[in-house]
Design a binder for this molecule. Sequence first.
Ligand code: SAM
Length: 310
Amino acid sequence: THSKRQKVSPSGYRPINDDTILVQDHYNSRPKVDISKRGESRIIFMRNFNNWVKSVLIGRHAVRGGTVLDLGCGKGGDLLKWKKAGIATYIGLDIAEVAIRHAKERWRDMKGRKFVVEFNTLDCFSFPLSTKIPRTIDFDVVSMQFSLHYAFESESRARMALRNISSNLKQGGKFIGTIPDANWIVKRLKALPEDELAFGNEIYSIRFEQKETFPTFGHKYWFWLADAVDCPEYLVHFRKFERLAAEYGLELKYKKRFHDVYDEAKDEQMFRELLYVMKVIRENPADGEMSEAEWEAAGLYIAFAFEKVR
Ligand code: SAM
């Protein structure tokens, strides 16, 4: 049905391409509570693990009493993590209006709402934030969890994302996020037999349309994750991303594969306990454990942190 939709943004001045509409439609059609969260999913442990990695990243970079801007916030799945980090203000933006509605409901139903929260819809890779947030806030943290890679569809979208990140961060503020690891994905792609373009396992698949060119922007593949995602995504070639980010005064401070975040943080007492609280590891072995397939899929991702230095 997306092809019938008008390919023009609400404000009418900038066309939105087909893939952006696909992504938007996809996230608009997600149910409020994924089956992956109801405990019936094949990716429940991976989901819990991904949330744990985000908690580590948030726990290390959040500023008590500080301000957070969450771009591509989805259904507000990180609200509780930010609450625990003791922030004062949170603004969440997402292109999918249904996700934003669910985020608002989640916030409404949350207990102990001790901070200020605002949700709004915005295509954060096409428009400056000032379209929706007229006042100026110098945020302590900008967070982009599993969303930045959608901006790498084109240079102008990636630049708009970086402009929105950098121009709303205070000096010394942090930009944190999680994205698929292009390096690992490309290695897997190159290891395939000559006529093959797809790899994965029973819970995820990555399918390229070609493997002759490796463009910096618009390096598209199709990503399927059981009970979760099925839409076009773009590789974020990290070195190029790092160089681009530098143009916007952002300096890389931290970058690790999820597997390595686990190795690094699992023995810190707070995060060790969280592994059980968040049900990444179950106390009772009868409650199951993460499958090999889930661990492989979790290894797809990296976590990063930049600091605004200029
Ligand atoms: N950050 C949430 C989380 O960690 O659970 C949601 C992650 S979800 C995989 C990716 C989100 O990015 C979706 O909610 C999608 O609508 C959003 N997104 C994609 N393109 C966007 C854009 N141009 N502007 C704002 N959000 C976008």
